[in-house]
Design a protein around this ligand. Sequence first.
Ligand SMILES: C[S@@+](CC[C@H](N)C(=O)[O-])C[C@H]1O[C@@H](n2cnc3c(N)ncnc32)[C@H](O)[C@@H]1O
Length: 179
Amino acid sequence: MTGVIIQVITLILFLFFFEFFLVQAYNMIFRGYAPFLATKSVALRRLLSELKIKEGAKVYELGAGRAGFLRMLRKQYPKLELIGVEYSFFPWLIGRLQSAVGKGSIKFVRANILKVNLSDADVVYCYLNVSTMNKLEEKLGHEMRDGTQVVSYQFPLPSKEAEKVIDLGEEGKMFFYRY
Ligand SMILES: C[S@@+](CC[C@H](N)C(=O)[O-])C[C@H]1O[C@@H](n2cnc3c(N)ncnc32)[C@H](O)[C@@H]1O
């Protein structure tokens, strides 16, 4: 009996992982989505030391994954409105579960970032890929208010000039934009 239970659990876990990798591969190849990778904490710490955020600001992490940026941010700034936008089911679920632990709430929206209205954002953080940044630039150009800060890890916006670029050596680059 124990053997059967172990076999069933192993099969369920296998199906979960199989579906996760299959959906990730489909999203990357056919939709051009960035893969599920996390910004390293050394890069996040540096980012936080550079950002100045006013109390009550609305902050988005686009393609939130495990929402490492928002989770780190809420420790330093408990009064922000934090929103993670994530399309893929498993990263969204993992992000929600991880964010449920700890002080301060993070709202999670399961949606394509290109279809979410960002016009109320004060700060936007993203770690995506070249093709998504190309599509995002026009959207941000229409929706960002004067003064909104946008930070992209590793992938710059194709045409907008960065206000500041931080070189993190082996950890890559952080591009800061101001609208
Ligand atoms: C490189 S990971 C970054 C995760 C997290 N922001 C971080 O920095 O640790 C990119 C995430 O964006 C999500 N993603 C990619 N394209 C997306 C889109 N168009 N809409 C919503 N989520 C997207 C992926 O599923 C993945 O979880």
